[in-house]
Design a protein around this ligand. Structure first.
Ligand code: URA
Length: 256
C-alpha cells in the first residue's frame, strides 16, 4: 500500500486541520508553533514500582530474561486477575531493536482474539499516525501495552494490574533499548512514569524514563490514546503536534 501523506492525513481525519504548510520552516512539515516551543527535559519521574516486582511473573534474576523466555512468561502469567478472562496475553509486536517504542493501555477484544496489540479501530488510527511521520508498524517501531491482558469490558486497567505487569514492560524496554518512547494515553503514562497528572499537563514536554538496564534516560513524549482521538476529533491536531515533536526529537538525537 502506497499512500500519499495527504491521503493518510485525510484518513486520520486530520484534513484540513493537519494540512501541510506550503513553506514549512527548517524541519520538514513540523508546524512552526511546534518548532518554536522549547524542549523541556524534566528530571526522571519514574517511581520504582516495587510492589509489581513481587507479584508479577518476574523477580530477582528473572529480570535478566531474554526475549523467548520473557514472552513465554507473559503468556503464562497469572500475576493479576486479568489472566482469568483473557483468551491470550498480548506481549507486543514489532522490531525488537526499534528506535521507537509506542506504549498503549491494554488489549481490547480484537487484540485479545488475535494476540497482537492495536489491531482494532484504534490500531488503524495508530497505523495512520505512524505513517504520518513516516513510520510503519514493525519497521524500527515496537508497539506494546501497559498491561498484556485484556481488562474485561475494555475498562481502564487498575493501578495494581499495571504494577503487576510493569516488570514485563520494564524488561521489554531494557531489551529493546529504544531511543524514544511515546506514551499513548493516561494509563501508559501512569504505568511507565508513575505519573498521575492529566495528559494536558504532560503534553508538550519531553519527559524521561530511566532505563536501569542501560543506565540511561530515554526521552518520553506523551500524547492522546488513539481510541480517545476517535471520539474527540478536534484533539487530533494536538496529537499531530505531539508526533511532530517526537519526530523532531528523534532527528535531534540522531543528529539528522
Ligand atoms: N488499545 C490499547 O491501548 N492497546 C491495544 O493493544 C489496543 C487498543
Amino acid at each position: 500500500m502506497n499512500l500519499t501523506r495527504d491521503r493518510i492525513l485525510a484518513e486520520m481525519g486530520f484534513d484540513p486541520l493537519w494540512k501541510r504548510r506550503d513553506a514549512p520552516r527548517g524541519s520538514g512539515d513540523i508546524p512552526a508553533e511546534v518548532q518554536d516551543q522549547p524542549i523541556v527535559v524534566d528530571e526522571p519521574t519514574h517511581a520504582d514500582m516495587a510492589t509489581g516486582l513481587n507479584v508479577s511473573g518476574l523477580r530477582g534474576a528473572d529480570e535478566e530474561l531474554g526475549w523467548d523466555e520473557l514472552i513465554s512468561r507473559i503468556k503464562g502469567c497469572t500475576a493479576c486477575g486479568l489472566c482469568r478472562e483473557r483468551k491470550q496475553a498480548v506481549p507486543g509486536v514489532g522490531d525488537r531493536n526499534a528506535d521507537w517504542l509506542f506504549i498503549g493501555e491494554g488489549p481490547g477484544a480484537e487484540e485479545d482474539a488475535r494476540g497482537e496489540p492495536f489491531v482494532g479501530a484504534a490500531g488503524k488510527l495508530l497505523d495512520a499516525m505512524l505513517a504520518a511521520i513516516d513510520l510503519k508498524r514493525g519497521e524500527n517501531v515496537y508497539i506494546g501495552n501497559a498491561v498484556k491482558c485484556r481488562p474485561p469490558g475494555n475498562r481502564t486497567p487498575e493501578p495494581e494490574e499495571m504494577a503487576a505487569c510493569f516488570p514485563y514492560l520494564k524488561r521489554q524496554i531494557e531489551l529493546i533499548r529504544p531511543r524514544l518512547i511515546v506514551l499513548l494515553g493516561r494509563a501508559a503514562v501512569h504505568a511507565v512514569l508513575a505519573e498521575d497528572r492529566s495528559l494536558s499537563g504532560l503534553r508538550g514536554k519531553t519527559l524521561s524514563y530511566r532505563n536501569e538496564g542501560e543506565g540511561r534516560d530515554i526521552p518520553v513524549i506523551v500524547t492522546y490514546h488513539p481510541a480517545y482521538l476517535l471520539r474527540n476529533l478536534p484533539d487530533k491536531a494536538k496529537a499531530w503536534e505531539d508526533l511532530c515533536r517526537a519526530r523532531a526529537l528523534m532527528r535531534e538525537t540522531s543528529g539528522g
